[in-house]
Design a protein around this ligand. Structure first.
Ligand SMILES: Cc1cc2nc3c(=O)[nH]c(=O)nc-3n(C[C@H](O)[C@H](O)[C@H](O)COP(=O)(O)OP(=O)(O)OC[C@H]3O[C@@H](n4cnc5c(N)ncnc54)[C@H](O)[C@@H]3O)c2cc1C
Length: 477
């Protein structure tokens, strides 16, 4: 078979959250950049994945630009009306009052326009089947699509596939999961419902025992066959023992975390196939339960299920640096930090450049979910899923922008990413508005939550309680 051939300076593999930011950043710096995705739209989990509520508003860089473009057309808004203590809500912490919700369809177009405006060449509908590599150096990727197969060659490749597909194919070292034990988070199918009557839900939802009783009775009757109790001590991401929802941008819409499958690996096609079926069974039983028993859902229908089951976590490339749970708990900054773990709009801790650079593979940077982090330890219990993971979309945007900028500077200087002048990279990121000055961090941390606590106090309290939790488990000294 004859292979097509495409040449570029920077090849970005995966057009999701991190990949779009990476491609925009590289192209804006004048690099001939190709962005490849298996789907016919951009955004990954941010759009087709239905992860359409951000619990942390992006406050810097390309992430902020994306959300500003959506806000400008009324397609995104703050959702301060989520009362934090309603049991039916997915986000029950105080900082959920900072949630930002948006229209996924508008977001697809915003990304498309931004990417094109930056001068990125797009290759959609193209599945990346592997890396083009010579010994330890990645030279490009191989894709399959309706036109056949093509080699997309570049001076540098950024792996933003979330699963490190390119890096793994090139033989780069990786570990799986965000814990030392390699346990993977559960997969969940995110579903947008329409025809939901929120005033009725809100009224009903103030009575936690009411919801608990309805769920218990439905389980008893066999109407919720997949439900498991949510145990505080569960180690990987818990299932959803009750229907968990969030407001969305339109008044009659809700996001339903609708079907959670544990013990599956997103890099195993048999697991993925099984999880799709199981999650759909779950979510339909949940919807039937909601329609029948919970006020506000009588007319609810599925507007869109995610384009593919949501895979929270698989491979992490082992990088020159690795971010750990201790780095997060201690809110560490690094002299070479180029990206951030963002919570509630605040950069909680830095992410060193070395987390984006594979330990031994050349010609490759990683961005997004597959960067080098190991923030958890299985003994952390449920806290791992709620707070101490490193995968929020605003954080992932910062890793993408850093990787794209690094790629452009490395191409320009004709150096390997590992030999890049990190201070020059940081300088460029400051210029782009992607880094935070200490004054800006103080300003962001001073934002007040409904209780009167500042977001800074909120995080200090959260981190203290998490350290206590770990201490009790003997996992923190
Ligand atoms: C169920 C679930 C719940 C979540 N909850 C939250 C939350 O509450 N708040 C929050 O901020 N974040 C949440 N996240 C996390 C967030 O969605 C991810 O961390 C983020 O999307 C990661 O960005 P990414 O660019 O690495 O991956 P993605 O956004 O998944 O993008 C990866 C892209 O690569 C493409 N791709 C992958 N492999 C290939 C291939 N072989 N060939 C071609 N293209 C390929 C995909 O099509 C996709 O477009 C959740 C994720 C899941 C799954």
């Amino acid at each position: 078979m004859r292979m097509g051939h495409i040449n570029a300076q920077v090849v970005v593999a995966g057009g999701g959250v991190a990949g779009c930011a990476a491609a925009i950043a590289a192209a804006r710096l004048g690099c001939d950049t190709v962005l490849v995705d298996r789907f016919g739209f951009l955004g990954g989990m941010f759009t087709g994945g239905n992860m359409v509520v951000l619990n942390s508003p992006p406050t810097a860089g390309i992430g902020r630009e994306i959300m500003a473009a959506l806000e400008a057309t009324g397609d995104a808004r703050r959702c301060p009306d989520d009362p934090p203590n309603y049991p039916i809500f997915h986000y029950r912490s105080e900082y959920s009052t900072m949630n930002v919700v948006y229209d996924a369809e508008a977001a697809k177009l915003v990304l498309h326009r931004m990417v094109r405006a930056a001068g990125v060449r797009l290759l959609l509908h193209s599945f990346i089947t592997g890396a083009l590599a010579e010994r330890d150096t990645v030279r490009g990727i191989v894709v399959a699509n309706k036109s056949g197969q093509q080699i997309v060659e570049g001076q540098l490749v950024i792996d933003a596939t979330a699963d490190a597909d390119v890096a793994a194919s090139a033989g780069a070292a990786f570990r799986k999961g965000q814990t030392e034990q390699g346990i993977l988070f559960a997969m969940t199918m995110l579903v947008r419902l329409s025809h939901v009557h929120w005033p009725s839900i809100s009224e009903y939802s103030t009575t936690d025992p009411g919801l608990d009783r309805a769920i218990a009775a439905a389980i008893e009757r066999g109407e919720l066959p997949y439900y498991k109790p949510r145990a505080r001590a569960m180690t990987n991401y818990w299932g959803h023992p009750r229907p968990e929802l969030s407001h969305l941008v339109y008044d009659d819409e809700a996001l339903l975390w609708g079907g959670t499958v544990e013990g599956v690996d997103g890099t195993d096609v048999a697991d993925l196939t099984r999880a799709e079926g199981e999650a759909r069974e779950q979510l339909m039983s949940e919807l039937a339960f909601l329609r029948k028993h919970i006020p506000g859902f009588k007319k609810a229908k599925i507007e869109a299920s995610s384009v593919s089951i949501g895979v929270r976590d698989t491979r992490h490339v082992i990088g020159v640096s690795t971010l750990t749970g201790a780095d997060i708990l201690e809110r560490r900054s690094f002299p070479d930090e180029v990206a951030f773990n963002m919570k509630g709009g605040v950069p909680v801790n830095g992410i060193p450049y070395g987390c984006l650079v594979p330990q031994a593979t050349e010609g490759l940077l990683v961005a997004g979910n597959c960067i080098s982090v190991i923030p958890g330890s299985t003994s952390m219990g449920s806290q791992l899923g709620s707070f101490n993971n490193l995968k929020d979309i605003p954080s992932m945007w910062t890793t993408g922008e850093a990787a794209g900028t690094a790629a452009a500077l490395a191409v320009e200087a004709a150096v390997s990413p590992r030999n890049l002048d990190v201070q020059a990279l940081r300088g460029q990121l400051f210029k782009q508005g992607a880094m935070f000055t200490p004054e800006r961090v103080r300003e962001l941390e001073a934002v007040q939550l409904p209780s009167g606590r500042t977001i800074r106090q909120y995080y200090d309290d959260e981190l203290t309680s998490m350290k206590d939790h770990w201490r009790r488990l003997g996992a923190w000294k």
